[in-house]
Unconditional design. Structure first.
Length: 281
């Protein structure tokens, strides 16, 4: 049996850094939104415990998050099954859209089903946090108000929103941005009431700002050029992708003038994770 599942990207509608813990982790506030730009994860069970990774591999294969997710699930449950994991990448790597974390979350959901483990969503989310701060969000399976280091998630309802996304063909290392001495780390807390105003006005880009954006513009010339030329766009996460709320026809006009090495996507927000929906059927 082969499961073909989707792993969607996410956007940070805003990203405020509101503090820093003694262990160095940053406290944040954000709204994470799932969008219909997806990687495809194909899973098949093996009768031996080996985990085999095929398809598109980014970076060091030994650090691949899908492989780590499968092995973590084996260790936690004592399962004797293995898996062949094939990934077709569409979400750019190092773009701030959570591609690796999403792939890992879909792998956990898929193998939980394929290996008949019957772990609850909460159990999977606790496991996912060991793989990365964004993984629990993708396991939650819906849009969310996010606090803490990314582990405090409150599901929220977001209407269908059209987005234009541009990736300038370069990666951005998250650690470089969070460790920068000039990063703002004391933005004031906001309340979820700002969502009500955005719902009523439809002005989703006015929820807040991205505290990482000024630093990324300093260290990444391509992103700086992109945001200077297109000031209506905003960085997602630590970048290097940027986005704007924009209908498809308007987005296509913007895309016409971009350098050929840049990638662009016209997407819409999702109300539920497609893998969560598929496995619930």
């Amino acid at each position: 049996m082969i499961l073909n599942l989707l792993a969607p990207a996410k956007l940070n509608l805003f990203l405020h850094i509101v503090g820093r813990r003694q262990n160095g982790y940053h406290e944040l506030q954000s709204v994470f939104v799932l969008v219909d730009l997806c990687d495809t994860i194909s899973l098949s069970a093996r009768n031996d415990p080996e985990v085999v990774r095929t398809g598109d591999i980014v970076g060091d294969p030994s650090k691949d998050l899908c492989v780590r997710a499968a092995k973590l699930l084996q260790q936690y449950t004592g399962s004797s099954f293995g898996a062949t994991i094939n990934v077709v990448k569409r979400i750019p790597s190092g773009a701030g859209m959570g591609g690796g974390s999403s792939d890992a979350a879909t792998t956990l959901m898929g193998l939980n089903h394929l290996w008949n483990l019957h772990l609850t969503k909460d159990e999977l989310m606790r496991l996912g946090l060991q793989l990365g701060a964004d993984v629990p969000f993708f396991l939650l399976g819906t849009n969310a108000w996010v606090e803490g280091i990314g582990e405090k998630l409150i599901p929220i309802s977001i209407p269908s929103i059209p987005f234009a996304i541009i990736w300038p063909g370069v990666n951005q290392a998250t650690g470089e941005i969070f460790s920068h001495p000039d990063l703002t780390r004391n933005t004031k807390y906001v309340t979820m009431s700002i969502l009500d105003a955005a719902q009523q006005s439809g002005e989703w880009m006015r929820l807040g700002h991205n505290d990482l954006e000024p630093i990324v513009k300093i260290v990444n010339p391509e992103v700086n050029k992109l945001l200077t030329d297109l000031p209506q766009f905003r960085l997602t996460g630590s970048g290097s992708a940027v986005f704007a709320v924009m209908p498809k026809d308007e987005a296509e006009r913007v895309f016409e003038n971009l350098p050929s090495s840049w990638k662009h996507f016209s997407v819409k927000s999702l109300t539920i994770h497609p893998t969560l929906s598929a496995l619930s059927c």
